[in-house]
Design a protein around this ligand. Structure first.
Ligand code: 5AD
Ligand code: FES
Length: 349
């Protein structure tokens, strides 16, 4: 490893902050050796904090209606080929009950930006889930909402909220989203979530169209300052019915490297080896854990709707039932010497 990079990796391992130029150095001309060194340090850090335990979150994709038109996303409003669906509250509850029985203690309610579910409706749903499963955490992933709405849902018992920032560079944000969407509003939303005491998740795709090493350096600077409790990060994968259909997918290796850097930068962060990582490579989730991730987020949606929640092409597990994924993951973790933890898995320092 180049001495300059080596020194920066050591700085990071000692939990010192890096500036943008230093992040640029770490993110330029990345070699196999760099990745191996970073993964080794990141895995050691994760083992120190979490042992060989991996947290699981069951995702219920309850609606694929979306008022937005993000250029990368398969459930964007203008995709007329998407078959739209909504689950009822009872169906969502059933998914959680099924998940509870097989060891999930966190439920993630995820949807497009579907405003037919008002904040008070979601709040009521959260209350019902919490009443049925008081030992569980509820994570929301509904896109941007106003502060008062976030407040209402938080008061109802929602513990966490996932809202990837997508890119910390306003100009790049503009290239990935239609003009109606606002970078400033997204950032405001993220700050509101933190203020309300949500365990907050930010993150970005690796290899999104037009992304440069400088953008990634800016993402790392943003994450370093914002200190989210969770970071969602996976490779960009094209979807055939979007304007980015012909764009190249992101790099598997670079995604693993960034996972390692995130672990070193924010040692306690809850960091999933994402479904996109499992889609780009058959051993992606295992390798993600070995690179410093500590969370896996399998699907808890009814098999009948899984194919309809296609953010990108070839998403894995769309034919499987919840119990299949649960036990598949148990085996996969075992194969690399890790165990699935049946706990909420909250952020803790
Ligand atoms: N490839 C990879 N990730 C995607 N997402 C949306 N579309 C894609 C895609 N084509 C990610 C976004 C979003 C999260 C729910 O999924 O980062 O925030
Ligand atoms: Fe779904 Fe392996 S995780 S089948």
């Amino acid at each position: 490893m180049q001495p300059e990079k080596q020194a920066l990796l050591q700085k990071l391992t000692a939990h010192e902050k890096l500036n943008k130029a230093q992040w640029m150095t770490l993110l330029t001309d990345v070699t196999e050796d760099d990745r191996a060194e970073a993964a080794k340090a990141a895995r050691a850090e994760a083992l120190q904090i979490f042992g060989n335990k991996v947290f699981i979150r069951g995702i219920v994709e309850f609606s694929n209606y979306c008022k937005n038109d993000c250029l990368y996303c398969g459930i964007r409003r203008s995709n007329a080929n998407a078959q739209r669906y909504r689950l009822t509250d009872d169906e969502i509850l059933e998914c959680c009950d099924e998940g509870y029985a097989i060891g999930y203690r966190t439920f993630v309610l995820q949807s497009g930006e579907d405003f037919t579910y008002t904040a008070s409706h979601i709040a009521e749903l959260v209350r019902r889930i919490k009443a049925a499963h008081p030992d569980c955490a509820v994570t929301l992933s509904l896109g941007e909402r106003e502060y008062d709405e976030l407040k209402l849902m938080r008061a109802a018992g929602a513990d966490r909220y996932l809202l990837r920032h997508e890119t910390a560079n306003a100009a790049h944000y503009g290239m990935l989203h239609p003009p109606q969407m606002s970078f400033a509003h997204r950032m405001e939303c993220l700050r509101g979530l933190k203020r309300l005491g949500y365990q907050t998740g930010a993150g970005m795709m690796i290899g999104a169209p037009y992304q440069t090493a400088e953008h990634l350096a800016e993402d790392m600077c943003f994450l370093q300052e914002f200190r989210p409790e969770m970071i969602g990060m996976g490779p960009f994968l094209p979807h055939k019915d979007t304007p980015f259909a012909k764009e190249p997918k992101g790099s598997y290796e670079l995604t693993l490297y960034l996972l390692s850097l995130c672990r070193l930068m924010l040692p306690h962060v809850l960091l999933p080896a994402t479904t996109a990582l499992g889609t780009i490579h058959p051993q992606g989730r295992e390798q993600g854990i070995l690179a410093g991730a500590n969370v896996i987020m399998p699907n808890l949606s009814p098999t009948a709707v899984r194919k309809k929640y296609m953010l990108y092409d070839n998403k894995i597990c769309t034919e499987d039932q919840s119990s299949d994924c649960r036990f598949c993951l148990q085996q996969r973790m075992k194969s690399i010497g890790y165990e699935v933890a049946v706990t909420r898995g909250d952020y803790a320092e």
